[in-house]
Design a protein around this ligand. Structure first.
Ligand code: NAD
Ligand code: GLY
Length: 356
């Protein structure tokens, strides 16, 4: 097992990474007497019993939600709060999020809101959640017209990334998580990007050593960025590489055509090609990024998308302000920056070429 710390003063917490962690009661870090484990109908039959067993000796309640992004809503959030109140939970209770990013974001938001904030532990069971969503304290539910628009910053007290849980993850979901792993290489760590080029086959074959390294390095990078800029006043926005394009694509695909990580992969290519159009990087760097995403089993292009519809969707991004849209663009492999979007004509030309 390896442990990384997210350094946030008295709100610092460990991220434990390794096989078989679910069963280790010492890692949960919670002294609370009352614990509510929130999970979903896919993950519960696989792992819930083991988490309940690890927490033996306390009042443990479980809540099994339906599966899917479409349940990441205020209504489901209400269901979690109903359960806490029905079970007479107190201020010193603790929520446990057992599942992917949907369960993690929703449970985290419930923990942020119940009694103005109680402890929660993240047990991410998808690669995307282990390398990204379970770390850093962004919690949210979706508004019917806007993803992640309702939420709070609320850090967990511990993250347990049990790499064995990835053995049951569908291949497509594993690839979606790899999009976020590749992101870290592109934004701040060119040697990690090169390591991924060498080890992509091992990662897709769930080689334990390779997976542990990729998750550890991803969490180290995220932990450092979050420690520097918890509330995303600057550098944390780098973690959104490809996401402004990606979120707009997800919406145009009715959240069905692409998984989040798949849309981020296409968005990363669009960010790279926009950077190339500005003369920041060359075609060879773009091709290297595209090739690694494809090696990870991810789509790199979207067809049948109207550039103007995508641009309209991008204008609704959370990073947009009165002065307009901001994008994460690439100055060199391992060196990304947050910048005002280039003139619309430049963006439209890139989109027209890439989405043809
Ligand atoms: P998800 O939670 O929907 O999980 C993907 C699928 O895998 C689901 O069907 C789930 O039930 C299933 N699953 C989970 N673990 C499994 C396992 N071990 N074995 C078999 N099946 C398993 O999706 P996700 O990709 O984990 O997360 C996406 C969500 O994360 C989105 O809502 C996104 O907005 C959010 N997100 C949040 C942050 C953040 O910083 N908070 C960052 C990135 C993404
Ligand atoms: N996933 C983006 C962030 O945590 O800031």
């Amino acid at each position: 097992m390896e442990t990384i710390t997210v350094a946030l003063g008295d709100r610092s917490y460990p991220i434990h990474i390794g096989p078989g962690l679910l069963d280790d009661s010492n890692l949960y870090g919670a002294s609370a007497r009352q614990m509510l484990i929130v999970t979903n109908e896919i993950v519960a039959p696989l792992y819930l019993d083991r988490v309940v067993a690890a927490l033996r000796g306390r009042q443990v309640e479980t809540l099994v939600l339906p599966d899917g992004e479409r349940y990441k809503t205020l209504a489901t959030f209400g269901t979690v709060l109903d359960r806490l109140i029905d079970a007479n939970f107190h201020r010193d209770s603790c929520l446990v999020a057992l599942g992917g990013g949907v369960v993690g974001d929703l449970t985290g938001y419930a923990a942020a809101s119940f009694q103005r904030g109680v402890d929660f532990v993240q047990i991410p069971t998808t690669l995307l959640a282990q390398v990204d969503s379970s770390v850093g304290g962004k919690t949210a539910v979706n508004h019917p017209r806007a993803k992640n628009m309702i939420g709070a910053f609320h850090q967990p007290i511990a993250v347990l990334a049990d790499t064995d849980t990835l053995k049951t993850l569908p291949t497509r979901e594993l690839s979606a998580g790899l999009a976020e792993v590749i992101k870290y290489g592109v934004i701040v760590d060119a040697p990690f990007f090169a390591w991924l080029e060498q080890h992509m086959d091992a990662l897709r074959a769930l080689d334990g050593k390779a997976l542990a390294h990729a998750i550890r390095r991803s969490c180290e990078i995220k932990a450092q960025i979050v420690a520097e800029d918890e509330r995303e006043h600057g550098r944390r926005a780098l973690l959104n590489l490809g996401h402004t394009f990606g979120h707009a694509l997800e919406a145009l695909g009715n959240y069905e055509r692409w998984l989040h990580g798949e849309a981020v992969a296409i968005g990363t290519v669009l960010a790279a090609r926009t950077s190339q159009a500005l003369g920041w990087i060359d075609a060879a760097t773009c091709e290297r990024i595209e090739k690694l995403l494809a090696l990870a089993g991810l789509p790199t292009h979207a067809s049948g998308i109207d550039p103007d519809a995508l641009l309209a969707g991008m204008r609704g991004d959370k990073k947009a302000d009165k002065a307009g849209l901001k994008l994460i663009l690439i100055k060199a492999l391992g060196d990304a920056t947050v910048t005002r979007a280039p003139p619309e004509a430049t963006l439209r030309a890139v989109l027209a070429e890439q989405l043809a």
